[in-house]
Write a protein that binds this ligand. Structure first.
Ligand code: 6PG
Length: 262
């Protein structure tokens, strides 16, 4: 494990090992939160990288290691499409994980991003977060865990390069001012990322290597590489990356492994 300006880096041999390490950390974060507060709040990520993680969490031993009735599920971002659309981040998690575990339907908090009035949808989601996610001493809702991916352009959630939302400090949820893959999205904003108890980034594939190098080791330019917002995080930041994505990083000081799942 290597220390970085934006957290800790764990390099895994491949996607399978990455997903297993992510499942272990998800379970541990849930255990700690439930032990401390009787509940666990998590914001899930979209995209393809978390697919294997969601499938692992729906199967033993990980499924049975989480107290699902105490879990509140949110999303870090959502495409402005209906929930049954194959591009929906909600649909991804529902199909692979949520319909297989005993999380109460009332604890699954979907971003209603298909709504015509997207600003209203963003404001309502922010209110939902404030209702179920306890605030920290700065009055910002503190997710126990925020799962995040990394785009090959350095974005995370739906905070895209050049977006005015990278400087957003007031609203907790906003409508993107740029499109990606032809879709407008709703996204959490920097305060929710910076105040999370744990940011867990999952990054796999050679196409992510250049962005990962810039995000972790490059000059601080969050407007160009929004995932660098992790450098301002108040909680823990862990980067789980596969060897392909780590290809442009310097070799670790010592043998990296995920022996420490804590
Ligand atoms: C989304 C995600 C987005 C994703 C990255 C990485 O809605 O697409 O929230 O931020 O995590 O684009 O996507 P992949 O995992 O598909 O590479």
């Amino acid at each position: 494990m290597s220390a970085l300006p934006s957290g800790r880096l764990v390099v895994l041999p491949d996607r399978t090992a990455l997903s297993r390490a992510a499942a272990e950390r998800f379970v541990e974060a849930a255990r700690r939160a439930v032990e401390a507060r009787g509940a666990f709040t998590v914001a899930l990520s979209g995209g393809s990288t978390p697919r294997d993680l969601y499938e692992l969490l729906a199967t033993p031993p990980w499924r049975d290691a989480v107290e699902w009735p105490r879990v509140h599920v949110f999303w870090g971002d959502e495409r402005c499409v209906p929930p049954e659309d194959p591009r929906s981040n909600y649909r991804l998690a529902h199909e692979l994980l949520l319909r297989h575990v005993p999380v109460p339907a009332s604890h699954v908090h979907r971003m209603v991003a298909e709504r015509a009035d997207r600003e209203a949808a963003a404001a309502e989601y922010a209110a939902l977060i404030r209702r179920f996610v306890p605030a920290d001493e700065q009055g910002v809702p503190r997710f126990d865990l925020v799962l995040l991916g990394l785009g090959d352009d350095g974005h995370t959630a739906s905070l895209l390069p050049g977006s005015a939302l990278i400087a957003e400090r007031g609203r907790l949820v906003a409508v993107t001012d740029r499109q990606r893959e032809g879709m407008t999205r709703l996204t959490i904003t920097p305060p929710l990322i910076e105040h999370a108890g744990l940011l867990l980034f999952l990054v796999a594939g050679a196409d992510k290597a250049p962005a990962l190098r810039e995000v972790l080791l490059g000059e601080e330019r969050p407007d160009r590489y929004p995932a660098q917002l992790a450098r301002g995080a108040r909680g823990d930041v862990v980067w789980l990356v596969d060897q392909a994505a780590a290809a442009e990083l310097p070799p670790p000081e010592s043998e990296t492994s995920d022996g420490d799942a804590g």
